[in-house]
Write a new protein. Structure first.
Length: 254
């Protein structure tokens, strides 16, 4: 017996197993291998985290139902109604559930009323400012590290409208954003890219086009699709705005 153990025995007395015999039924062995591990070895525990999508207005609820029910959805409404966010959120949900093989995001590279001039860098660098809102929406649903990994694998593709001609998008979730900046011919080209087992959501605000008056084809296409039963046209309004409350007040007077 060591010197330290001898001092403890003198101070506390010798250990007697018999004093614990009556309490034997109260002692339970701790489970081994079934507890939570910080390394994530417990397969029953949900390790992933993803914010649940909940509509904040009746219009948003109608949009979510339309995306679930139709293969082609036109989402029209003012800024701040969550058109792009809900479309990308449903795209990520479909990809994570294995319902589609890839996500294709596209928007026209149109300047908002001013000439930015020539941008330095290669093609991706030149298009980055125009496609930045799509990256922001994706990073809000997935981590930026995972977004980059999915882009590298080809599971997520972000491209301008000009590069979509001639393609057939099968087994994909396609989101066409800022469609009010597309002409009638461009929208016709984009809409006919829809392939088998795919869903396409077209978002935009016909009243905020950056094209010359009369060139935007979004309003005309949406009016024509109202009569097609297999296509959903969801029109959001000011009461569906979920951005800062001042946005709804400003749009009411502007």
């Amino acid at each position: 017996m060591t010197k330290r153990a001898l001092k403890r025995t003198v101070r506390e007395g010798a250990f007697d197993h018999a004093q614990f015999q009556d309490d034997g039924g109260k002692v339970r062995r701790l489970p081994v291998g079934n507890g939570w591990s910080p390394l994530g070895r417990d397969e029953d525990r949900e390790q992933g985290y993803l914010k649940t999508i909940k509509p904040k207005s009746d219009g948003q609820a109608d949009l979510i139902k339309a995306i679930d029910a139709k293969n082609l959805v036109m989402a029209l409404g003012p800024a701040g109604t969550g058109k792009t966010y809900l479309a990308i959120a449903k795209a990520v949900e479909a990809l994570e559930a294995g319902k589609v093989a890839k996500i294709v995001l596209s928007r026209p590279a149109v300047e908002a009323g001013e000439s930015i001039g020539y941008l330095p860098g290669d093609m991706e660098d030149k298009l980055a400012p125009y496609l930045r809102p799509l990256y922001d929406a994706l990073s809000d649903r997935l981590s930026m590290k995972r977004v980059r990994a999915l882009i590298a694998e080809g599971a997520i593709e972000i491209a301008p409208v000009g590069y979509m001609r001639g393609r057939t998008l099968n087994n994909a979730f396609v989101v066409i954003d800022e469609a009010q900046n597309c002409t009638y011919g461009q929208l016709k080209m984009l809409l006919t890219r829809l392939g088998w087992h795919s869903t396409m959501v077209v978002t935009g605000d016909p009243h905020q086009s950056d094209l010359l008056p009369g060139l935007s084809g979004l309003g005309d296409v949406a009016d024509r699709f109202e009569a097609v039963p297999n296509i959903a046209v969801v029109r959001l309004a000011e009461q569906d705005i979920v951005r800062h409350p001042l946005v709804a007040e400003m749009l009411g007077v502007l």
